[in-house]
Ligand binder design. Structure first.
Ligand code: ZN
Length: 330
């Protein structure tokens, strides 16, 4: 317990260090991923991210639907370049939240979203699927509402949920991303900040296709940048979106704190160790399955309490759908 209560203060110090644009970590040479553990011990943990998701080595499971709230509220937003990525945050006080799926009844609050990309269209994502690297990956970071703030949540093993969205290169421009790509030159330099001219509708980025929103992989892992804390429930949506080659290339012009172009900012995959990856098979008529049993199969007892909670919420949701079906037949 002493460990976890001391981490938020440490993290705030780290945030301060990161925000001044100093090169604390990078993606090449002596600042690269193989050196992160020199300063940040958690980066050599057993449950690190990203990972390769091997489709032939996942457990199928039926979880309660993911439920978003507030994604369709237009929000004034700003974009920043912290030297490691391009990040979008919203100004609105009204929160966007998510629950359901592996999160059970717990509510997680939207904090920020950011991107990972590569030197060319054949690499860039952090998690891989069947060793396939996507051209880009968006991370939408949510913290557990119970912990009130991001900095407090970061000190708890169930503190964060990160939603990962993959992108493939295409010949056609994706108009949804036009306004983000067009403002990238405004945040080319580190610590620059730019207000988006149009209000941001998070649903365009985080729920682009409602019909495929329940098709995802989920596993327990870490932040993919220092301090690499193992506090993240990852939810990786299976279906990639498309961006044009030019739209992807625009991200590679953003610069690091030493003035060089940030041509790539993905961490190499880490060992899966004793973890299981789940593939959600969304079907409300399936028998409710126990994520707890699966986790015990893997010897991963860290989140047993989450498993119990997920089962409870599954049962409640199943009853809800049965009642809904009965009502519909009346
Ligand atoms: Zn990320």
């Amino acid at each position: 317990m002493i460990l976890w209560t001391t981490i938020p203060i440490g993290f705030l110090l780290l945030l301060n260090k990161f925000s001044d644009g100093n090169q604390d970590f990078g993606y090449d040479g002596s600042y690269g991923p193989s050196h992160w553990a020199d300063k940040y011990q958690s980066c050599v943990g057993k449950h690190q991210s990203p990972i390769n998701i091997d489709e032939h080595n996942v457990k199928n499971i039926s979880l309660a639907p993911l439920k978003f709230f507030g994604l369709n509220t237009p929000r004034s937003s700003f974009v920043t370049n912290n030297g490691h990525t391009v990040m979008i945050k919203t100004n609105e006080s009204e929160m966007a939240t998510v629950s359901g799926g592996p999160l059970g009844d717990d509510i997680y609050v939207f904090e920020q979203l950011h991107f990972h990309w590569g030197e060319n269209d054949y690499e860039g994502s952090e998690d891989l699927i069947n060793n396939h690297s996507f051209a880009m990956e968006l991370h939408a970071v949510f913290y557990k509402q119970e912990y009130k703030t991001m900095s407090e949540a970061i000190g708890h093993p169930d503190g964060l949920a990160v939603f990962a969205y993959f992108y493939e290169a295409d010949d056609k421009q994706n108009p949804t991303y036009d306004y983000i790509v067009e403002m990238l030159p405004n945040v080319e330099m580190v610590n620059s900040k730019h207000e988006l001219e149009e209000p941001l509708l998070l649903e365009h980025l985080l729920a682009p296709n409602v019909s495929t929103m329940q098709n995802y992989y989920t596993y327990n892992g870490s932040l993919t940048t220092p301090p690499c804390f193992e506090i993240v429930t990852w939810i990786d949506f299976k279906d990639p979106q498309l961006l044009s080659h030019e739209q992807l290339a625009a991200f590679r012009n953003v610069r690091t704190s030493d003035g060089n172009k940030l041509t790539h900012n993905f961490r190499p995959v880490q060992p899966l160790s004793d973890r299981l990856v789940y593939r959600n098979m969304f079907n409300v008529e399936d028998d409710v399955r126990s994520i707890k049993n699966h986790r015990q199969d893997a010897g991963d007892t860290r989140n047993d309490h989450n498993g119990e909670r997920s089962i409870r919420s599954d049962v409640v949701t199943s009853i809800f759908f049965v009642v809904l079906a009965l009502l519909a037949t009346i």
